[in-house]
Design a protein around this ligand. Sequence first.
Ligand code: SAM
Length: 303
Amino acid sequence: MCAERSEEDTLKSPGNGTDMPSHVPVMADEVVDFFTGGLNKGLLVDGTAGAGGHLELLSRALPGMSFLAVDRDPAAVEMLRRRFSDNPDVTVRHGSYTEIPEIIKELDSGKASAALFDLGLSSIQLDDPLRGFSYRYEGPLDMRFDDSTGTTAGELLNRISEKEIADLIYKYGEEGRSRRIAKAIVLNRPIITTLELAEIISASVRRNSFKILSRVFQALRIAVNGELDQLEMLIDDLEHWTEADARIAFITFHSIEDRKIKLLFRDTPGYRQHSPRWVVPCEDEVRRNRRARSARLRMGIRV
Ligand SMILES: C[S@@+](CC[C@H](N)C(=O)[O-])C[C@H]1O[C@@H](n2cnc3c(N)ncnc32)[C@H](O)[C@@H]1O
């Protein structure tokens, strides 16, 4: 499946015609096709609404439905509120997707007939030096999706043991040089900024490898935000707030997450895999949006 869209269309689509920072929604046509394929009414929950790129397209494609947009990042929520202020069909709430059952209850909106989760972080978050997600820009080592609460990446790295650092780099970053990197981190503590950390990592492996840097930064982000625990909680709870026949889609960027979703749709009673079971971005999309290259879309139906 590969959409016929020009580079200009893709670059324009998420910007909403405003000067707000933008994020290009991944596999947007495939996501829209999946949801429009079997839905025309009810509630669609976007549990990781981000910049609202997918949501905007879905709200246009499914005029009979109502939409709940949730995001853990207060700045994203503020942007979503502005973006959808003229759309009475879209309700925006701040919170984790693990809090969706309470949000739905409070709204008295009934169970969802569709849900989308586009995991990970947005380009807007990655490109903001003050959020500390990127090894390319100097900034504080923060990395919290919700920067109003919790422990920053700097606080975590400067506190935990060398073994704990090595384990998280190995487990969440799937980086084989984890012990060497962890040793260098501990020797150079305290580490305050993103570029300081990037230099320590590069020196420890004696090369400037973007792959290694991005694996270590991704691992730290996953640990700081408890992303795998959050996903487990979401998976455990999903059947309680989605209707029978609900269409559910996940976009993942990490093999551990993808495996969890595969097991959910393939092996868990109460779900079946949709066909095709998964989709990756076509070459053209990857050429237009490099950040899409490691994405995988999995689709399932509640039975
Ligand atoms: C890849 S972006 C989503 C982009 C969105 N689909 C779009 O088209 O603009 C992922 C978003 O998920 C949010 N997020 C991460 N973990 C979350 C969680 N546990 N609950 C809710 N939102 C979360 C991040 O703050 C980020 O805004």
